[in-house]
Design a protein around this ligand. Structure first.
Ligand code: F6P
Length: 488
């Protein structure tokens, strides 16, 4: 999208190397804002909670595994209700927009923002922006009430509709101003959150009392800093159903191969977790780990070995894997979608044809390969139980943050705690599976597939993939990298 944010990071330092990467607040640029008591203290459901309000100094460390003498490191502001709020309930006019590709849980987040605003803060004016960013200036809005969103969490997709692109900062902020909106909830992936950062900048430049809150979304789970993105668990669970089907097909016929393509444009988290969860997968191919087809140590050789050993096999592949293998004649022109993502070629289909050709023509071995592409089916399901709870907490954290006057932030779970994270931290980098990490080693030992790379090659690939990151030992055993530099 080419969107740049200019705000300087708000960094607070303390003793022993404590760093708080704080989020902006409306009072940073609007002086003398009136504050009010949080109406939650009179809410019968919450009033009995001991220490319900978050202490003003509470923060959450990004790194939980530390050494005796290591500095306390980067922290984020702990999310949750504050004793004082910066909006009177009857003055709030909130809007919600969903952008980018679908993801399980979108409707749950919408529902919980509407219900959270209403039930916790008595807010009655919430509208939905239809069809993504462009909906701000080219479509009608829809009124959202606890009644109208009551059972939407049981449906996949987004009741508001979505789109890629369409970000026109001036038109969007004009529309926010014209409609008298003062809380903006933006649900979307990295491109969307970059857009949210720019909207916040423009709102601040105009001196408007409008809180901008992001709820990061991607089924691929490649958003940095946060523990995981909502919908990821549901996607992995659904992916397992496809893997089960592939396994049933493969084991029911001689030399059966079940080949499952999963989402993951730049990263293989869904493929890796679905593989680890299933235990039926013999080979998992992800964008982060280069592989080759022919010759010693290649995929064809491994397939032949596996078929000899057990008479069947299951291969799982993330859609972004092996893109470089496609020969020129099969590669489509270098095209991008409206979010600026490179459009991928269907390498899975191409590789499965190559496997068939290799065994029938070269090796004269009869194989039965079934290619399963459940990608969009997985994305379209409603969120599962654990994602529903997770979406609820994210939505409520966003609501508490906006009511407390924070703005220009995104919500996210960091080490199991809800936090407010400045936009630049989630926009500057993409998480990837680290192939020199223990989690990938666990996968290799579960599938018994070749690593396709020597140790030295793997380290080199890793360095190339994560030039700006430093890997912290055990604390990031789930394949998360931490940024070294803070840039906006
Ligand atoms: O970015 C998330 C994602 O789910 C990718 O894994 C996938 O490549 C992409 O969206 C496809 O989305 P669409 O076809 O809607 O552009």
């Amino acid at each position: 999208m080419g969107l740049e944010c200019n705000s300087k990071p708000k960094i607070v330092t303390g003793e022993y190397g404590y760093i708080l990467e704080d989020v902006p607040h409306l009072s940073d640029y609007i002086p003398n804002l009136p504050v009010h008591s949080n109406p939650l203290q009179d809410n019968p459901a919450y009033s009995a909670v001991r220490q319900y309000f978050i202490h003003v100094d509470d923060s959450v460390p990004q790194k939980v595994v530390v050494h005796k003498d290591s500095p306390r490191g980067v922290h984020f502001r702990r999310a949750g209700p504050r004793e004082k709020v910066y909006f009177e309930s009857e003055d709030v006019h909130a809007c919600i927009v969903t952008c980018g590709g679908l993801c399980p849980g979108l409707n749950t987040v919408i529902r919980e923002i509407v219900c959270g605003l209403h039930h916790m803060y008595g807010v009655n004016r919430v509208i939905g922006i239809n069809g993504g960013y462009r909906g701000f200036y080219s479509k009608n809005t829809v009124s959202l009430t606890p009644n109208s969103v009551n059972d939407i969490h049981k449906r996949g997709g987004t009741i508001l509709g979505t789109s890629r692109g369409g970000h026109d900062t001036k038109k969007i902020v004009d529309s926010i101003e014209d409609r008298g909106i003062n809380q903006v909830y933006i649900i979307g992936g990295d491109g969307t959150q970059k857009g949210a950062a720019v909207i916040f900048e423009e709102i601040k430049r105009r001196g408007l009392k409008v809180a901008v809150a992001g709820i990061p979304k991607t089924i691929d789970n490649d958003i940095p800093v946060i523990d995981k993105s909502f919908g990821f668990d549901s996607a992995v669970e659904e992916a397992e159903r496809a893997i089960n089907a592939a396994h049933v097909e493969a084991t029911s016929i001689e030399n059966g191969i079940g080949f499952v393509k999963l989402m993951g444009r730049y990263c293989g988290f869904i493929a890796m977790y679905a593989t680890l969860a299933s235990r039926d997968v013999d080979c998992c191919l992800i964008p982060e780990s280069p592989f080759y087809l022919e010759g010693a140590g290649g995929l064809f050789e491994y397939i032949e070995k596996r078929l000899k050993e057990q008479g069947h096999m299951v291969i799982v592949m993330a859609e972004g894997a092996g893109q470089e293998l496609l020969s020129e004649e099969f590669r489509t022109a270098n095209q991008h979608d409206a979010s600026g993502n490179k459009l991928l070629d269907d390498v899975g289909l191409w590789i499965s044809r190559r496997i068939k050709d290799h065994f029938s023509k070269k090796r004269k071995i009869a194989i039965n390969l079934k290619y399963i592409d459940p990608t969009y089916m997985i994305r379209a399901i409603p969120s599962n139980a654990s994602d529903n709870v997770y979406c609820t907490l994210l939505a409520q954290s966003a609501v508490h943050g906006a009511m407390a006057g924070f703005t220009g932030f995104t919500v996210g779970l960091v080490n199991g705690r809800q936090t407010y994270i400045p936009f630049y931290r989630i926009n500057e980098l993409r998480n990837k599976v680290i192939i020199t990490d223990r989690m990938w080693a666990r996968l290799l030992s579960s599938t018994n597939q070749p690593s396709f790379l020597s140790r030295k090659q793997a380290t080199e690939v890793d360095k190339k993939e994560h030039p700006d990151t430093q890997l912290l030992d055990d604390s990031f055993a789930d394949g998360e990298a931490v940024t070294k530099d803070i840039t906006c």
